[in-house]
Design a protein around this ligand. Structure first.
Ligand SMILES: Cc1cc2nc3c(=O)[nH]c(=O)nc-3n(C[C@H](O)[C@H](O)[C@H](O)COP(=O)(O)OP(=O)(O)OC[C@H]3O[C@@H](n4cnc5c(N)ncnc54)[C@H](O)[C@@H]3O)c2cc1C
Length: 395
């Protein structure tokens, strides 16, 4: 059995960033990446956006990783055991490797609804994307999209743009009802309708049946049939392996780490969706967080001492719009809207007792650092003073 200075479990976005981080500090230490998917680490966000809009599959892989030396992969089966005394990991296929430093970046997976069948799809992994793309390549379909969150809203938009007849079922009474002001909600709803999407609100799907025709059954007992069902009803952390290592704390989802990414067991680190950095109150499941914290933890495994203190930003693309946001977007806060063009380009500020808690840059680009600085300032604001603080003109 071979022993490696660095073993990364999970060939995802935090894992790929950690590889870069290790290499920045240690040019030659052997790195082993063990992943349960049969692919080299790839970017996930395009699975619900760019790939449906013509982006090529190859763009999921960043070329710099291919030229990194002393990097080994063991792909296709999950790590099922970590022996932290002898510092050995073992996969379900019987492969074992020793480590000096171990990084867990096992992320999460799509939450499943009761019911199974060929034509039910859970976007989240490349294999599932390829399966759905093959199915939809057969011709226009009636697609039932379940879920009003990021993945459901993006898939409903992307598939309707591709000419499929989309029925979008959401639990909320209005799409984006919890995070966007009325101005934006109305604009988005009319865009979905313009693309032929039938939006069914206030409806909870209880189960999916697929004996003959794939059909969702709602909590009220209604049955809605389609050719294909795409489900985006949340994301659950992959806690099976962390559970076996004793790294999960009761009542706290994810693995607790300090600002350096170190868990409570010496030599074991965690990064990405699965890691809960001290001071965070909820799981942070965003690309920026996975990339920034993953790289930093990689550097720390190799001997650096960099503390993670970044406010992550998140983003999404729907039809011709895109946004970048920092902090908490919640319509229960006071909202100050500053539109350059109504619901097309502008900024929404979210305030709690006059202090900024979140900023939404809507079709406004490259202004995340300014948004972070405004949030970090911690001062109180009047609506009039906020207007004009962020705009595309600042680029
Ligand atoms: C479809 C989709 C769209 C997204 N869009 C956006 C977006 O627009 N904006 C944004 O900010 N964020 C977005 N995200 C979230 C972002 O991609 C994640 O936050 C990020 O990928 C987390 O990185 P990670 O390395 O923690 O987990 P992942 O990238 O999920 O990688 C974890 C890897 O570990 C593997 N694994 C799990 N258990 C084991 C095991 N026991 N052994 C070996 N391997 C294991 C998993 O299969 C996976 O390959 C999106 C995610 C998805 C799925």
């Amino acid at each position: 059995m071979r022993r490696y200075p660095y073993v990364i479990v999970g060939a995802g976005m935090a894992g790929m960033s950690a590889i870069r981080g290790i290499r920045e500090v240690d040019p030659e230490g052997e790195i082993l990446v063990v992943g349960d998917e049969p692919f080299l680490p790839y970017a996930r966000p395009p699975l619900s956006k760019g790939l449906w809009r013509g982006a090529k599959l190859e763009t999921l892989w960043e070329s710099d990783l291919l030229s990194i030396g002393h990097l080994h992969y063991q792909l296709g089966s999950p790590v099922i055991d970590v022996d932290s005394d002898s510092r050995v990991i073992r996969t379900s296929s019987g492969f074992s490797a020793g480590y000096e430093k171990l990084l867990l970046t096992v992320g999460g997976r799509a939450r499943q609804l009761p019911g199974s069948g060929e034509d039910i799809y859970y976007p989240g992994r490349l294999s599932e994307h390829l399966r759905l793309a093959r199915r939809l390549d057969q011709g226009p379909s009636r697609v039932i999209v379940v879920g009003g969150g990021f993945i459901g809203s993006e898939m409903a938009a992307a598939l309707s743009e591709r000419g499929h007849q989309v029925v979008w079922i959401i639990h909320e009474h209005q799409p984006f009802g919890r995070i966007f002001p009325e101005t934006l909600r109305k604009r988005l709803l009319s865009a979905y309708r313009d693309h032929g999407v039938e939006v069914i609100t206030g409806t909870q799907v209880r189960t999916i049946e697929s004996q003959s025709t794939p059909t969702v059954v709602t909590a009220a007992g209604c049955r809605i049939a389609g050719d294909v069902i795409v489900v985006g009803v949340g994301w659950v952390l992959n806690s099976a392996l962390p559970q076996t290592t004793g790294l999960l704390m009761s009542g706290i989802p994810g693995i607790s780490v300090d600002v350096y990414g170190q868990t409570q067991q010496r030599g074991i680190y965690a990064a990405g969706d699965i890691a809960r950095v001290e001071g965070e109150f909820a799981p942070m499941m965003h690309e920026d967080r996975a990339l920034v914290q993953g790289r930093l933890v990689g550097r720390n495994m190799a001997g650096a001492r960099d503390a993670y203190a970044t406010r992550p930003f998140f983003y999404s693309d729907i039809y011709s719009w895109g946004y970048e946001a920092v902090g908490h977007l919640d319509v229960r806060y006071e909202m100050v809207e500053d539109w350059t063009s109504l619901a097309e380009e502008g900024v929404v500020y979210f305030l709690d007792q006059k202090r900024l808690v979140g900023i939404l840059n809507w079709n406004v680009w490259g202004q995340v650092p300014t948004a972070r600085a405004l949030l970090d300032a911690g001062r109180t604001w009047n609506a009039e003073d906020l207007r004009g603080q962020i705009s595309n003109a600042g680029n």
